[in-house]
Design a protein around this ligand. Structure first.
Ligand SMILES: C[S@@+](CC[C@H](N)C(=O)[O-])C[C@H]1O[C@@H](n2cnc3c(N)ncnc32)[C@H](O)[C@@H]1O
Length: 174
């Protein structure tokens, strides 16, 4: 899923890229390796932030924040691109999250959300513990409502996680 997100983001040299809910931080490293000028990570878990800070303490160009997707401590239009992988099942409010991401992405910038399909989510017994299995249409609607246009959807399959979707959209004009 991280590789699919990376491909959909199409990072250009020097761009500032935000990853929300980076967890173990695998994609943060790939974003740094892809030539991003700055990689900003935000995760709601202090344990995950501490772990990623240790992991990337020597990496130049990364900034890791403890923050929820619905309250990002970033100025309006301050990132070129943003992504989140395998995390929106836990977000407190999908519409509020889409609006907050829209606020921090510059007009013309890109948002990529990758998530398991509801069928894949429900195939895992642990899904009963706080997972919300969103339909792709609900996520597309939240993105559209928050001003993202030209949505492109790509499906993939992960050996462990099953079928997933990567939904990419461009932030409309302010
Ligand atoms: C299943 S892990 C996914 C981590 C990583 N993206 C991956 O694919 O391996 C979900 C992550 O979402 C984070 N998270 C949950 N709710 C969040 C929120 N409201 N805002 C930001 N991060 C959140 C958790 O702390 C956790 O690190």
């Amino acid at each position: 899923m991280n590789l699919a997100a990376l491909e959909a983001l199409d990072v250009q040299a020097g761009e500032r890229v935000l990853e929300v809910a980076f967890g173990g931080g695998d994609l943060l490293g790939r974003l740094l390796g892809a030539g991003a000028g700055e990689v900003v990570g935000a995760d709601a878990s202090s344990a995950m932030v501490a772990r990623a800070r240790r992991r990337y303490s020597r990496a130049k160009g990364s900034r890791l924040l403890e923050a929820s997707v619905t309250a990002l401590p970033l100025p309006n239009g301050s990132v070129d691109k943003a992504c989140s992988v395998n995390s929106l099942y836990f977000w407190p409010n999908l519409d509020a999250a889409a609006w907050e991401l829209s606020r921090v992405i510059r007009p013309g910038g890109k948002l990529v959300l990758c998530f398991q399909t509801p069928k894949a989510v429900r195939a895992w017994p642990g899904h009963r513990f706080g997972f919300h299995a969103w339909e792709e249409e609900e996520i597309a609607s939240a993105m559209g409502g928050a001003g993202f246009r030209d949505l492109v959807s790509k499906r993939g399959s992960d050996r462990k996680l099953g079928e997933f979707v990567c939904l990419a959209g461009l932030r409309g004009p302010a």
